[in-house]
Design a protein around this ligand. Structure first.
Ligand code: NIG
Ligand code: FE
Length: 428
């Protein structure tokens, strides 16, 4: 099955970065103007300038599209979300606007605890339906791979329920779902008097059960005052690594807690948030293979100072961006808006922001072999944007710029706004 995209205004493959993540400042990206891309059986076969294009490739092709003036990039990867939950918390948003703090709400039994109650009460089918609708929204915005954490169940039954929903979403929706077990999100109310018992329960019961059923690739811990301390985090993640999970860490989000250092010590795939990362933490990250996943939407939504994205890149850390989509600290599922905030609040360049939402994000979720760039041999996960250049992605806030989305060479979304006349010789 062959896909032919021709007369592409501007093609950005990110293939120039090879197998590793991108590090260091980036003002520009390699781009081919007036380009073509061919995918065979869902994988990128070759790409280049139209001067090398041969009409005979169209013979027998399943799809041939002419994309004048449009931009093609790899599909976006959202490397950190809390996708599967029931119930919103708009009333808490209103409370925060009146000056009540996020942690104050949590300490009073609201916040994450409320979403836990609603998610425990929800049926698996209901959570699946909610997840599908959210994935549709992400896909329409150019996302082709998303990481999804549990952590709104906390008890065995509900954690497994959330993770089974992840698995079903992965199988039944075109977007790939990378599943993460985040039992260590907060100590559940029933263990309030004895948090240590909850840690043992995760170590002895839940982690092995999740592993046995193959329900998560990663294990994550919210390492934070009022959640889990360094010692608990270390025990939880060491055991997780021994069981075969990849590791993630909510690190230095609300307080400086040397979370970045701990993530690197444990060999974590990513350290996420990093609003309060220390000077040493930045250097340690830069010298490691741990990806710094930054979530500017959360800082914005909590009214906090952003993570030092510019500094992290200049130091040489591999930086990714993600939405952190969740009902409390960041109900945002738009990665392009995340790019805008990263440029304005963290002083990333548009080129750095795009790389952070594609190639580096794929590294942050252990999918660099399958996502994040359009290297030959990788799945043709790509977005056709109705704009001439990647600078438009963070620049044109809130506008719907997605013309079409392809997953493994198959068109899985096409904007209603733009009729077939824009895909001149469209045969789909
Ligand atoms: O990433 N840090 C913890 N978890 C989420 C917030 C979850 C919630 O408020 O429901 C976060 O910010
Ligand atoms: Fe989070």
């Amino acid at each position: 099955m062959r896909l032919v995209l021709k007369d592409i205004g501007r093609l950005v493959t990110l293939a120039e970065f090879g197998e590793g993540p991108a590090r260091g400042p980036l003002a520009e990206l390699a781009a081919v103007d007036h380009a073509f891309l061919i995918a065979e059986d869902g994988r990128v076969a070759f790409a280049g300038p139209m001067s090398r294009y041969r009409r005979e490739w169209e013979r027998g092709a399943a799809t041939v599209l002419s994309l004048g003036d449009m931009l093609v990039t790899p599909g976006l990867v959202d490397a950190h979300t809390h996708l599967v939950f029931a119930g919103w918390r708009a009333d808490e948003f209103a409370l925060r606007l009146r000056g009540v703090g996020y942690r104050q709400i949590l300490a009073a039994g609201g916040g994450i605890h409320r979403t836990v109650a609603a998610t425990r009460a929800a049926g698996e089918e209901e959570l699946f339906t909610l997840g599908l609708a959210r994935l549709d929204q992400m896909l329409r915005r150019g996302v082709t791979t998303v990481e999804s954490k549990s952590g709104y169940g906390l008890d065995l039954e509900t954690e497994l329920k959330q993770l089974r929903v992840n698995r079903r979403l992965d199988r039944e929706h075109p977007v790939d779902v990378v599943s993460t077990y985040l039992g260590a999100h907060v100590v559940p109310a029933e263990h309030r008097e004895d948090p240590e018992a909850y840690v043992r329960f995760m170590l002895d019961t839940v982690q092995p059960a999740v592993r046995r059923e193959g329900l998560a690739e990663f294990c994550d811990v919210f390492c934070e005052e009022g959640a889990f301390d360094r010692e608990q985090t270390r025990r939880l993640l060491r055991k997780a690594a021994a069981l075969g999970f990849g590791l993630k860490l909510h690190a230095d989000e609300l307080h400086a807690g040397r979370g970045a250092e701990l993530a690197v010590e444990l060999g974590a795939t990513s350290a996420d948030h990093l609003l309060c990362v220390s000077e040493t933490g930045m250097k340690v990250l830069a010298a490691s293979s741990t990806v710094a996943v930054l979530l500017p939407g959360t800082a914005f939504f909590l009214g906090a100072d952003s993570a030092p994205g510019r500094r992290l890149i200049d130091e040489g850390a591999a930086v990714a961006l993600a939405t952190d989509f969740n009902p409390g600290s960041c109900p945002l599922l738009d990665l392009r808006m995340t790019m805008t905030m990263a440029c304005l609040k963290m002083r990333l360049t548009p080129a750095e922001a795009l790389v952070a939402c594609t190639l580096n994000a794929a590294h942050a979720v252990g999918r660099a072999d399958r996502a994040g760039s359009l290297r030959e041999g990788k799945p043709a996960d790509l977005v056709v944007w109705d704009c001439p250049d990647w600078t438009h992605l963070p620049y044109r806030m809130g506008e719907d710029l997605v013309h079409a989305v392809f997953k493994a060479g198959r068109m899985v979304y096409r904007s209603d706004r733009v009729g077939p006349q824009s895909c001149a010789s469209g045969r789909t």
